[in-house]
Design a protein around this ligand. Structure first.
Ligand code: ES4
Ligand code: ZN
Length: 318
């Protein structure tokens, strides 16, 4: 079951297990991306973020209807609840789906319907609309415009996809528009990109959390700022190892981040691809880094603290 926690960094499309890829391909009459589940899983050997994203975007082509998004989220929320996740803030990538002719309504209503139904499992979920940083900012603005009728189901905007060479600055305006609409803001930064991208995310996008942020450790002044301002970092240990950004779980910088007094959390990122859900990531850092019970309690408390839940619900859950 695992310690009660919130999951703040999970891409719903990254929870698409190979079995569901094949079920949905059959249901929708679209080609499966491989000959078999085993053949597909055998491709999950990544040399970096780009090599992972190529497989991730290819597989999500089987997602066509609101029911597909519902079933995807229902499966994730059931597995997350089993691993002790009491609240999830879930990324989705609408631009990738709009490009295939899937409507914003099908995506958001499918995901939100599953979130409503999962309440009886003891898990709540909110949605974070992510912009693709390797697409033009105009495309992000169009996605935000299309999301306006569904804003009551969306808590925040985020920024994801290939990072190196795509600094946050280009998205300052669309993030300002989103904040003016009442949305909160987060961004991936310092995963494969330099510490400067973390600064830009804070200063230009005015994000309240940084997703990954591990490369911040290369810059002592930035570390001091993240500590002083207690900026939450949503760290994804198994993801970093599987993408080759960290050599081994035993070398993961999470231990150093805690020593530095940073507000770190542990998350799964794309659990269908990286070898585990939230509880598996907690287990991996516990054994790989030799974290103590009090470290694990701190990580769990941080996850609620860093969430966008109302203060009274945070205190109930911590
Ligand atoms: C992602 Cl691991 C990672 N990094 C950036 N963007 C992403 N989208 C899905 N997984
Ligand atoms: Zn991510």
């Amino acid at each position: 079951m695992g310690v009660p926690k919130a999951e703040l960094h999970v891409h719903i499309e990254g929870t698409l297990e190979p079995e569901l890829v094949f079920d949905l391909a059959r249901r929708n009459g679209v080609p499966a991306p491989a000959g078999s589940v085993e053949e597909l899983r055998a491709r999950y050997m990544f040399t970096g973020l780009r090599s992972f994203l190529d497989v991730y975007y290819a597989n999500m082509a089987v997602l066509r209807t609101g029911q597909d998004f519902h079933d995807l989220a229902a499966a994730y929320l059931a597995r997350a609840a089993e691993q002790g996740v009491r609240h999830a803030e879930v990324f989705f990538d609408p631009q990738a789906h709009l490009a295939r002719g899937v409507s914003m309504g099908a995506v958001v209503e499918g995901l939100a319907g599953a979130a409503d139904e999962a309440r009886h499992l003891g898990i709540s979920a909110d949605l974070i609309l992510c912009f693709l940083r390797d697409e033009p900012a105009e495309s992000a603005a169009e996605a935000l415009r299309l999301a306006e009728p569904f804003l009551d189901r969306i808590v925040a905007v985020g920024l994801d996809s290939a990072e190196a060479g795509y600094p946050p600055a280009a998205f300052a305006e669309v993030f300002a528009t989103a904040r003016a609409m009442g949305l909160r803001a987060v961004a991936h930064a310092g995963e494969e990109g330099p510490p400067e991208y973390v600064r830009e995310a804070l200063d230009l996008l005015r994000v309240e959390r940084v997703d990954h942020g591990i490369r911040s450790l290369e810059d002592p002044a930035l570390v001091a700022r993240l500590r002083d301002e207690q900026v939450p970092l949503t760290v994804c240990p198994l993801s970093n190892v599987r993408l080759g950004l960290v050599d081994a779980i035993t070398d993961h910088p999470l231990a150093r981040m805690l020593e530095e007094g940073l507000l770190a959390t542990v998350n799964s990122d794309d659990p269908a691809y990286f070898g585990g859900y939230a509880g598996d990531n907690f287990a991996a850092v516990r054994s790989g880094l030799g974290l103590s019970d009090s470290d694990l309690r701190l990580l769990a408390a941080n996850s609620f603290e860093a969430s966008f839940l109302p203060e009274d619900r945070k205190t109930d859950l911590i």
